[in-house]
Every structure is written in structure tokens, then in C-alpha cells.
Design a binder for this molecule. Structure first.
Ligand code: MG
Length: 368
């Protein structure tokens, strides 16, 4: 059983000049995957997470950190970071710039931990303003794209089951860069002509191998290819971008808004994820910078509950493509929120990030 860790911190919140008592709470919550997740580098069945709550005037904002191993964060590192936050510095939950500068002063990195606080602050302030964040940003929710749904390689029986589960989704996402990847594409193509997104997760070792794969994919109704080669290979990706008939999207190579401009020569677009950039505040900035550079915008997620996925979905109307299936891949969601209707990301009219807890105890009773 996972060691329980539950921390309450009381502060005075001074939103709009009126001071109120507030609480800052966080606890680990392990996400259970419906199916094992098989990537180029590893396979796993659970993802560690940490849930955050900030309450002011009986209004609670929910946030979440999800920590896939490749990002280098853990339950320990996230809870250590959150423990170092002085709750007094969260007293004005609208002060996003000041709070992010303060969190950056505590330690660099730790983006999942910072995202958890950022998401909770957005949920809280949206509820205080009684508006969902897509409306605060002036976005039209009907412009949110269809999400892709990931099918990772597996045994033939498991693949049949995964494809049946993927039936409601209009775009499929396939991981490549693993043995048997072309066979997987051919297998899917033998069963459906739905468009595919391909994510190589840095799995192709040379630019020639990457181009050969992309040329092969271009005749198979593929929309784009994500992170073909090592994230540090900027020249290789620039070479590939010049020759590729499909858009090349940066994922592992891009984290925050500070990275975007330097990637424009090597990539056609970026995959924005809240856990990489530290939350909605920087994610919006990334989308605006990418657009100003003529780059495509994709919004993705980790395996997350509907909390972090619904937070990312607030920006979905800004995106060319979205990959917001993280909550669909887990069996122990803590929230209802953004849903997929006819394959399309469908935002709730609820304020903040638009989520409702599924358990009165916030899920604490579910931690194992
Ligand atoms: Mg990716």
C-alpha cells in the first residue's frame, strides 16, 4: 500500500483586497492504466500522480501532477517541492506571474509540481469569476478539435480489444520506433481507414531511417509525425523537415515557452503539455508564440485524471490537433469534466477548469 501523505497548510488569502482563510492540500494518487502502455523506451501499467487542492472562501480549486518516468519527477520530488511552498505566497490566487516567479525561485524544473499548483489556481480563480477559462481567454469551444486515441503495440488479441475500444474516436495515434511498428500500422490499415497520428518518441536513430519511415507513412493517411529522433538533434530534424511530406511535431524537444522560437527551423509544430511547461499560464503563452512563428499547435497530455486533461482542454480551441485521451486510458478517474462527443473534445460550461469531483473525500479514500 502506498504510504499515505496528506498535507494541509492554512493561509490567509487576500483576493481583491479581502482576506480570507485558505487551505493548501496535496496527496499522492496512483493512476491505474486500463492497458499496459508500450513506448519505444519502456512499458508500464501505472503512473504516479499527486492531487492538489487550494480552498478559499469555501471555493476549492483542483490541480494535479502526473509524473511519467521519462520526465524525471516522482511522488517524492513533487511532494518535496510542494512542501517548500510558503502558503502565504499563494494568498492572491490571481497573481499567476508572481506565483510562478516564486515557484521558479524555489527550484528550477519540477514542472509537474508547478503545473499542479497552476491548475488549482486557474480552477479557483475561474470559479471566483464564475467563468470557464476558455471563455476568459475568449475562445470558441465549438472550435475544439477531435482528439486522437492512442493504440500501443500489443498481442493480437489485445490489439483487437484496443481497436474495439477506440471505435468512438475519429483519429488514432500509434507509437512507432519499436519492433514491429510497420506491422502495427499495416494491421490497423487492414481494419480501418481512419486518419493516424504517429509518435516515434525519439525511436528512429538516423535521419535516413526517419525519412524512409515518413515516406512510407505518407501513403497511409497519416496526419503528422511526432518527435522522430533524439530531442537534441536539431540539425537532423531541420534536415528532415526540409524533406518530409508530413508535418514534424516536437514533443520531447519542447518544454516551455522559452524553447519554442529556437525550434521553428527544425519542426513544423509543437506538442504542448501542462506537465512539461508548468501549467495553463505558460501553455497559453506557448500557443501564442507558436502561432506567431507560423507553427502548428498540438495540445497533449500525460496519463492523467480528468482534472489535468480538462485543464488542458480549456486551450483546445487554439489547437490544430489535440491528443487529450489521458483520462480515457485510466480506470480510476477522480473527476468528471471534459468529454469526447462524436470524437470531439467537448468542454463543460462549468467555471474554472470545468471539473466535478466524483468522490466526496476528493479521492483520498481511494489511495492504495
Ligand atoms: Mg509524444
Amino acid at each position: 500500500m502506498m504510504k499515505r501523505l496528506l498535507i494541509f497548510l492554512c493561509v490567509l488569502a487576500c483576493a481583491g483586497g479581502a482576506c480570507s482563510a485558505a487551505t493548501f492540500r496535496f496527496y499522492p494518487y496512483e493512476l491505474k492504466l486500463r492497458h499496459s502502455f508500450n513506448l519505444a523506451a519502456m512499458s508500464r501499467t501505472v503512473t504516479p500522480g499527486v492531487q492538489v487542492e487550494i480552498t478559499v472562501d469555501s471555493i476549492t480549486g483542483y490541480g494535479e501532477a502526473s509524473m511519467p518516468p521519462y520526465l524525471g519527477e516522482s511522488v517524492q520530488s513533487v511532494t518535496d517541492f510542494l512542501s517548500r511552498i510558503d502558503p502565504d505566497r499563494l494568498a492572491d490566487p490571481f497573481a499567476f506571474e508572481a506565483i510562478h516567479a516564486y515557484m521558479d525561485s524555489i527550484a528550477p524544473g519540477n514542472y509537474a509540481a508547478k503545473a499542479a499548483v497552476d491548475i488549482a489556481l486557474h480552477d479557483l480563480t475561474g470559479k471566483m469569476m464564475r467563468q470557464p477559462w476558455y471563455r476568459i481567454y475568449g475562445l470558441d469551444p465549438s472550435l475544439a478539435p477531435c482528439t486522437s486515441y492512442t493504440i500501443s503495440n500489443d498481442t493480437p488479441d489485445e490489439l483487437e480489444r484496443k481497436l474495439a475500444e477506440a471505435e468512438p474516436y475519429k483519429i488514432l495515434k500509434v507509437k512507432m520506433g519499436v519492433p514491429g511498428d510497420r506491422e502495427l500500422i499495416e494491421w490497423i490499415r487492414s481494419r480501418t481507414d481512419r486518419p493516424l497520428c504517429v509518435d516515434a518518441n525519439q525511436g528512429w536513430k538516423t535521419r535516413e531511417e526517419a525519412l524512409d519511415n515518413i515516406l512510407w507513412l505518407a501513403g497511409r493517411n497519416v496526419i503528422f509525425v511526432e518527435q522522430p529522433m533524439d530531442k537534441t538533434d536539431m540539425e537532423g530534424h531541420a534536415w528532415l523537415k526540409e524533406r518530409s511530406p508530413l508535418p514534424i511535431i516536437a514533443d520531447e524537444a519542447v518544454h516551455t515557452s522559452a524553447d519554442v522560437a529556437s525550434l521553428a527551423r527544425s519542426y513544423d509544430g509543437i506538442n504542448i503539455k501542462l506537465m512539461k511547461c508548468g501549467g495553463i499560464h505558460d501553455a497559453y503563452r506557448m500557443a501564442v508564440i507558436a502561432r506567431s512563428l507560423g507553427m502548428k499547435v498540438m495540445i497533449g497530455c500525460m496519463t492523467e485524471t480528468s482534472c489535468a486533461v480538462s485543464a488542458a482542454a480549456q486551450l483546445a480551441p487554439l489547437a490544430d490537433w489535440v491528443d487529450l485521451d489521458g483520462n480515457l486510458l485510466i480506470s480510476n478517474d477522480l473527476f468528471s469534466g471534459m468529454t469526447i462527443v462524436d470524437g470531439r473534445v467537448t468542454l463543460t460550461p462549468l467555471p474554472g477548469i470545468g471539473v466535478t469531483p466524483l468522490h466526496a473525500d476528493g479521492g483520498e479514500g481511494l489511495v492504495e
